[in-house]
Design a protein. Structure first.
Length: 228
């Protein structure tokens, strides 16, 4: 299922940029521009993560964070602010924020931090999976198909693990780069496509109509355990 993110940002230009970036990553952002409305939304809707500006009309981000934690909400909160002083960061973290990004920021790094926070709440991939005549064994990094055993490279196993942990969910190329390669050493998105193609070949899932790993044009890939 695609993650729902609450974006709380009163700057129209920045908010529009962030909504566009989040949608391209495959998320479903809800953009709120005012503090009290943001708190009400966060208390009433099941979000997977909150990106929270501090300087807001109606109620500031510190108070929103404090009230969410007081209400028992454990949704990850990433504070986004121009306040760069150490005491401001400490206050935000002490109030219950999970991360703190200072403006101006790198969009690439912000998205990586969002993925990291969401990843910490994700289920772990099963180590042994049967897909009809195919057996995936992540523990031994092998695929068994039609009586033959094919070894997986570390990166191929990482790609498969991300698919298996998130069945039915559209996964962006950026997410593969962050979780499999690590966002500090990003290769190009073409590298993701090449590794997905190799995994498909080893599963016997290549050709114009893959059974399990589907391409979602403009967004990324989706693993459907039940083949059509």
């Amino acid at each position: 299922m695609t993650e729902r993110l609450l974006l709380v940002e009163d700057d129209e230009s920045l908010g529009a940029v962030l909504v566009d970036a989040l949608e391209r990553e495959g998320y479903r952002p809800c953009w709120v521009r005012e503090g009290r409305a943001a708190l009400e939304s966060a208390l009433s809707e099941p979000y997977d993560l909150v990106v929270l500006d501090l300087m807001l009309p109606g109620m500031d981000g510190y108070e929103i964070c404090r009230r969410l934690r007081a209400a028992g909400r454990d949704v990850p909160i990433l504070m986004l602010t121009a306040r760069a002083r150490e005491e401001d960061r400490v206050m935000g973290l002490d109030l219950g924020a999970d991360d703190y990004v200072v403006k101006p920021f790198s969009l690439k790094e912000l998205l990586a931090r969002i993925r990291a926070r969401l990843r910490s709440r994700k289920p772990i991939a099963p180590q042994l999976v049967e897909l009809d005549e195919v057996i995936i064994d992540l523990g031994s990094m092998q695929i068994r198909r039609d009586g033959e055993v094919t070894a997986l490279t570390k990166l191929e196993a990482g790609v498969l693990a991300l698919f298996l942990a998130n069945p039915g969910q559209v996964l962006s190329r950026g997410r593969f780069l962050d979780e499999v390669w690590g966002y500090h050493r990003h290769p190009t998105t073409r590298t993701v496509d090449m590794h997905v193609a190799r995994v498909r070949d080893k599963l016997g899932d290549g050709g114009p109509k893959p059974r399990w790993i589907r391409t979602v044009h403009g967004m990324g890939y989706r693993f459907d355990r039940e083949a059509p």
